[in-house]
Ligand binder design. Structure first.
Ligand code: DX5
Ligand code: ZN
Length: 222
């Protein structure tokens, strides 16, 4: 099943409640946490996550773009993340592995994210425990960038590794996903589509979300 995850990075933070109401047709709320160190941008952190958790019952897909995420895993799980995704590049493999263990011990879904320059094989040490692989299809840090088509090969490689593991692991794509690029991502094995700009700029967000989902059908029917 294809899941749609609007990124609230593109929302209007003065009207966040209304913006959350407008995306109920989606499956997950994608929450981008940036520290200005791991990525060249600062977004928001714990207080916003806490407010969102109080406001909506939708599953929260929290994407940590921070250095040494192990410092935040327990707190962010407690504050309401349903899925917590950490970047492979944000600490040593030992600490990333320990971060995943913390997330799982909090009975939450754990994910590993890969920057565009990181190879698919980086997920291998974590495959026995993770629930999600997030393939960045732009350089992390900003919404509204163009989709990197060469990342589709990586999505296929991740799909092969996931299949070989025999585990039920979501494959998520993030960055530049829209009505044109979404079908390509799904054809290469992605099943969770993050989309910020497209959703929040749409005049009718519910219709856009359904188009994003429905747009995929003709591809598979061909
Ligand atoms: C980028 C973020 C993305 C971003 C996607 O670093 O991780 O989630 O909000 O935005 P669009 O859909 O505008 O590329
Ligand atoms: Zn993201």
């Amino acid at each position: 099943m294809i899941k749609i995850a609007p990124s609230i990075l593109s929302a209007d933070f003065c009207h966040l409640g209304a913006d959350l109401d407008s995306i109920k047709a989606a499956d997950l709320v994608h929450v981008d946490v940036m520290d200005g160190v791991f990525v060249p941008n600062i977004s928001f952190g714990a207080p916003i996550l806490e407010s969102i958790r109080k406001y909506t019952d939708m599953p929260l897909d929290v994407h940590l773009m921070v250095e040494r995420p192990i410092r935040f895993c327990e707190r962010y799980c407690r504050l309401g993340a349903d899925t917590l995704v950490v970047h492979h590049e944000s600490d040593t493999q030992e600490n990333i592995s320990a971060s995943i263990d913390i997330i799982k011990s909090m009975e939450k879904r754990a994910g590993i994210a890969l920057k565009p320059s990181t190879m698919a094989s980086a997920i291998i040490p974590y495959l026995d425990r993770i629930d999600v692989v997030l393939v960045m299809t732009v350089e992390p840090g900003f919404g509204g960038q163009s989709f990197m088509t060469d990342m589709l090969t990586k999505v296929s490689e991740v799909k092969k590794l996931v299949e070989a593991s025999g585990r039920d692991i979501d494959i998520e794509v993030d960055g530049g996903v829209n009505l044109r690029t979404a079908p390509l991502c799904c054809a290469h094995g992605a099943n969770v589509l993050v989309n910020g700009t497209g959703v929040f700029e749409a005049a009718d967000r519910e219709k856009y979300i359904e188009e994003l989902r429905g747009n995929l059908k003709p591809y598979f029917e061909i």
